[in-house]
Design a protein around this ligand. Structure first.
Ligand SMILES: Cc1cc2nc3c(=O)[nH]c(=O)nc-3n(C[C@H](O)[C@H](O)[C@H](O)COP(=O)(O)O)c2cc1C
Length: 511
């Protein structure tokens, strides 16, 4: 089993770093004529339309970000309109825009690198009101399900996870997959990082949407890969299952599942040609788990996050109490969300930044974060314009809810340079960098820990997007020069790797 040969994850990470040389000397160009379509299409399968009328929950987005710690309901069966709500606000088409000379672009609920939308969702369900037991693919383009298999296949997934208790009685299991070429067309081998960033932003929405519908929800990253990929009938050189989500409670598993035969079903080609980036396949194989027993052993507590005791000036955050949080409803926030293309100089308040940091770092219900308060990544900030906070670089202490000043100063120029020379990070009020000490993570979880670290960072990033829009300002994910970011936050962040970057601030008004 390669999972414990952890050099492989560290090598993949090293080899896909952006440096000045790798970016500016690259000869890679975008072959627009060969751009892959951003949807998986099954032309021969009948569309089963999802209800277009979505419920309004009016649950404040900032509250929906935190997972209800205990659910008292023993049974909790999602109805079809719950599934429609969750699928739409996780992965639905929320905006359409026509660009002259290009055509129509369909933007989705969650941010995605390059708007390439390479993550697909499938559902394995037992009999539900309005939906027969089966395995379904979700098509965002026509907001419909397509049935790939008839019958209750949940047991196949539960067994692959080594009987993860959070999947055991879930009436619905959502499976997220990634089709590499849909993102590697632009980002080449670095696209495997994007698998988890873009799955993460989608999961931030999905978990919040389930919370808003008061449905138990839990993320599973530890599963034997092969049986899940076989269930979806994936060509694993091109598409792989990344995550499982148990939704609902109290639906016992059937004693056996129907046999998993290969599907005889056509999938439309994505583009005229596809390029293979072997580093992606190698990294995915290296982080695969061979058996249900491996999966059962894998899940559990992440290594203790160990920020050194603070030595710099401390600024206590002043987030709003739950009852006085801004009230914007999750569904409105997700419909309004879009990446900010230009920031204004208007500062954020310390309360606004506090709400972003505190709400985004609420418990993520995941099999690799067994205890509350557990987290793999740390948050570092460059503060450019926040009233009540000196400009400078900071590290966030989540337990104490304080920002520790690492260095005071105006670092706008550096923020822009670190973000691959993009002015967005220089103009924003704050740039939040998600950093991870990878060594203890891969020691604990093997190469699969690399998937967990990237995915957690993506979820934190997705939650920060929502927390920004819930408070009336904007955000954009950004890419970065890896080692320069680590150097900038060192010595505090020495040894850490950068996992995600998001810029926050008010959008500049368009002329
Ligand atoms: C992880 C991540 C990294 C991103 N990096 C950049 C970037 O470097 N530059 C940029 O202009 N936009 C970046 N974006 C924004 C995407 O381009 C944007 O999400 C996509 O075009 C979809 O548009 P929307 O977010 O407005 O719905 C990033 C988004 C994510 C999630």
């Amino acid at each position: 089993m390669q999972n414990w040969n952890t050099e492989l994850a560290l090598t993949y990470h090293e080899e896909t770093k952006h440096s000045y040389d790798s970016v500016y000397r690259s000869r890679h160009f975008l072959d627009w004529a060969n751009q892959p379509r951003p949807f998986k299409l099954y032309p021969a399968l009948e569309a089963i339309p999802l209800p277009a009328e979505l419920p309004a929950t009016h649950v404040p987005a900032l509250l929906a970000l935190s997972h209800p710690v205990e659910t008292t309901a023993l049974t909790s069966q999602p109805a079809l309109h719950d599934l429609a709500y969750i699928l739409f606000y996780a992965a639905g088409v929320t905006k359409r825009r026509v660009y002259p000379g290009y055509g129509e672009m369909l933007f989705r609920a969650a941010a995605c690198t390059g708007a390439l939308y390479h993550i697909d969702l499938y559902l394995a369900v037992g009999d539900l009101p309005g939906l027969d037991a089966g395995l379904y693919h979700f098509g965002p383009q026509d907001f419909a399900l397509r049935r790939l298999r008839q019958g209750d296949y949940r047991r196949v997934i539960v067994e692959a996870s080594g009987h993860d208790p959070s999947l055991q009685e879930a009436p619905v299991i959502i499976i997220g997959s990634d089709t590499f070429w849909r993102n590697s067309w632009k980002y080449r081998a670095r696209a495997y990082r994007h698998s988890f960033w873009d799955a993460g932003t989608m999961l931030a929405n999905l978990l919040a949407a389930a919370n808003a519908r008061a449905l138990p929800v839990h993320l599973t990253l530890g599963f034997a890969d092969a049986p899940v990929n076989a269930l979806l009938d994936l060509d694993t050189n091109r598409e792989v299952a990344l995550f499982l989500v148990g939704l609902g409670a109290g639906a016992s598993l059937p004693t056996a599942s129907p046999p998993v035969e290969p599907l005889q079903v056509d999938v439309a080609p994505l583009s005229a040609e596809e390029m293979d980036y072997p580093a992606i396949r190698l990294m995915h194989d290296a982080s695969s788990l061979d058996s249900p027993e491996d999966a059962a052993e894998w899940r559990g507590a992440a290594p203790e996050a160990s920020l050194p005791a603070a030595t710099g000036d401390l600024f206590t955050l002043c987030s709003d109490a739950e009852e006085s949080l801004p009230q914007a409803a999750l569904e409105d926030v997700i419909r309004r969300r879009g990446s900010t293309r230009q920031f204004s100089p208007q500062p954020l308040s310390l309360t606004q930044l506090s709400n972003v940091l505190v709400r985004a770092t609420q418990l993520i219900p995941a099999d690799f974060l067994a205890a509350p308060g557990m987290r793999i990544n740390d948050l570092y900030c460059i503060v450019n314009a926040v009233s009540g906070l000196p400009s400078g670089s900071y590290v966030f202490h989540p337990q104490a809810k304080i920002l520790e000043l690492l260095q005071a100063g105006d670092f706008r120029l550096q923020a822009g340079e670190l973000a691959l020379g993009q002015e967005l990070a220089a103009d924003a009020s704050v740039a939040v960098f998600v950093l991870c000490d990878l060594l203890p993570v891969v020691e604990r979880f093997g190469n699969r820990g690399y998937r967990a670290a990237q995915l957690e960072a993506g979820i934190l990033g997705g939650r920060m997007y929502l927390a920004a829009y819930a408070q009336g300002f904007g955000a954009t994910g950004l890419t970065f020069f890896d080692d320069d970011v680590t150097a900038f936050f060192s010595p505090h962040a020495a040894e850490k790797s950068v996992m995600f970057l998001i810029a926050l601030g008010y959008a500049a008004r368009r002329p």
